[in-house]
Design a protein around this ligand. Structure first.
Ligand code: ZN
Length: 545
């Protein structure tokens, strides 16, 4: 393979979508990224199932779909200890792009990318993403650089700044300013790293763009929704302008070093029309029983003792608590009458069988098939929309034993605009609702722009996240490892935005953009009495994303 470039700059625009970029280009808010887009091969990048940060960025890093890389959600289950824990880089089952470059004697700078804790042992500098258990953990592989960075950038943080939706325009403005400071310091950190490392790949991931899109979607004023406050729109536009300026500094750096540029997002974004109660769905299907009065005490006890334990660990400064959350403290159901439960999951139904109540392999097999079919057919009672893009038995689809890795037995990915989630107010039996703190959510179509020799400019790319690593390796003249499922992206005919080379034969059908064209809406439940359980708005869905 002929190397076309010696270096690649990756700009991680978390949650970046053309729905936001195009209006911002048109309004003159993001002139530098607009320029990059105009010079580049650009188009859409399809996310993973489920389309959440750790799953998607791991597909970027490995060139594989989740069935192979093994990350299916933020967490995995430890069924022996009846608890679940965060997935980290240790749970990725294949080599990552950074490891592969390291094995070829190349150096890597990676700043704030999820699923890079613990940091891969490669030459260069890795500041892990905010999924690392604390700031000290995130910088643990580059302490001397981190000390210099702290001196130059005292406020440097990779913290999630958008935990809830700001209540007032003033509060929104404050969070926007913190985000701007973070975007600037991320770019400065990369420029400092450049003076120390002769890098082959340099990546800066702007994670808090995702938070802004989740919490301040209406203020972006991009989808013809209800009129937002003009002050709020000014704040978010200023933050996007700052992001554009931070990217401009990095684009300049790439130009000075003769590097190719790959700007991408891990998923798209759009308005969140509805949230869905996954455990409620399982209850409505008869797979889970709600708690009767007496057993609620036990559930509350587990919840409180979980909280107390986390508080104690925090006080001791334990950065990586061995037990994150117990199942009993997250799912309040009657375990003796429950065969399926979802302990965690955002934008998906991550369903586990309750092994204590499923006694035979045959029963487990039939339950997995039945629940997958049930979720596949589930529809929203008000709109008739399907809730899940695809629901499947993990063992069957991926030919693996999900229990070995603590992964769910059944997985179903949300359709665009409808966020299924395990977390729900235990007092509420509503199956759907609107989360006022979450006006925006992930959509399947992300973005990509590539500026590199041989890549013609225009809207000519269509690919999936797993295609990016093989594309990068091809640019660098490094053989693409056989395990990678993605294919190098090549520009398709201008205007058509189609790159057939990017589609591997195993590409799941579910990744089509419009998965259910022309299908008439049907009610979610065949039994009308179950529909009565639907309540439009629960008091407090208690979501976070
Ligand atoms: Zn993300």
């Amino acid at each position: 393979m002929n190397p076309r470039v010696d270096r690649i700059l990756f700009l991680g625009l978390d949650g970046g979508t053309q729905t936001v970029l195009q209006p911002m280009f048109d309004r003159g808010v993001m002139p530098n990224l607009r320029g990059l887009w105009e010079r580049s091969s650009h188009g859409s990048l399809v996310s993973t199932l489920p389309m959440v940060t750790p799953v998607a960025w791991t597909s970027f890093l490995t060139g594989c779909e989740p069935g192979l890389h093994g990350i299916h959600e933020f967490f995995h289950l430890d069924s022996e200890r009846r608890c679940f824990q965060a997935n980290t880089a240790k749970n990725i089952r294949v080599d990552t792009l950074w490891n592969i470059l390291g094995a070829h004697g190349r150096s890597v700078v990676s700043i704030n990318l999820p699923m890079t804790y613990p940091a891969p042992a490669v030459d260069g500098l890795i500041i892990s993403g905010n999924d690392a258990p604390g700031h000290r953990a995130a910088i643990s592989s580059c302490l001397s650089f981190a000390a210099k960075l702290a001196a130059a950038e005292p406020g440097f943080t990779t913290r999630n700044l958008w935990k809830t939706r700001p209540a007032t325009p003033e509060e929104l403005d404050t969070t926007c300013r913190k985000t701007e400071a973070q975007f600037k310091s991320l770019a400065r950190a990369a420029i400092m790293a450049d003076s120390e490392v002769n890098w082959t790949a340099l990546m800066v991931q702007f994670q808090n763009l995702d938070g802004l899109l989740h919490r301040a979607w209406p203020e972006l004023n991009v989808d013809g929704g209800p009129a937002p406050s003009p002050a709020g729109t000014r704040s978010v536009e200023r933050t996007l302008r700052t992001l554009d300026e931070a990217c401009a500094r990095l684009i300049d750096l790439a130009d000075q070093r003769g590097a190719a540029i790959v700007a991408l997002s891990d998923h798209g974004f759009g308005p969140c029309k509805s949230v869905i109660n996954v455990n409620g769905l399982l209850q409505a299907g008869g797979y889970q029983r709600r708690l009767s009065y007496g057993t609620r005490f036990r559930y509350r006890f587990h919840r409180l003792s979980d909280r107390w334990r986390r508080y104690q660990l925090g006080r001791q400064g334990t950065e990586n608590p061995p037990v994150s959350r117990t199942i009993a403290g997250e799912v309040g159901c009657d375990w003796k009458r429950t065969v399926a439960f979802a302990p965690f999951g955002q934008l998906s139904a991550c369903v586990y069988l309750n092994q204590d109540q499923v006694h035979t392999t045959a029963r487990a097999d039939s339950l997995r098939a039945e629940i997958a079919e049930y979720l596949q057919g589930a529809r929203h009672p008000e709109t008739g929309e399907r809730l899940f893009v695809e629901a499947f038995d993990m063992a069957q689809k991926y030919g693996c034993n999900p229990a070995e890795q603590g992964n769910p037995d059944i997985l179903a990915g949300s359709v665009d605009g409808i966020q299924a989630q395990a977390k729900w107010d235990p007092r509420s039996s509503a199956l759907s609702g609107v989360d006022r703190s979450l006006p925006g959510t992930h959509y399947r179509q992300g973005i990509i722009a590539i500026q590199a020799p041989g890549m013609t400019s225009g809207p000519v790319l269509t690919g999936r996240l797993a295609d990016v690593a093989p594309t990068a390796l091809t640019f660098l003249g490094i053989d693409v490892p056989g395990f990678m499922q993605g294919r190098p992206l090549r520009p398709g005919p201008a205007g058509e935005g189609m790159n057939t080379a990017a589609f591997s034969p195993t590409r799941p059908k579910s990744l089509r953009f419009d998965p259910f064209p022309g299908e008439p809406p049907t009610p979610i439940f065949s039994r009308p009495e179950l529909r009565e359980r639907w309540v439009a708005v629960p008091k407090d869905p208690g979501t976070s994303s």
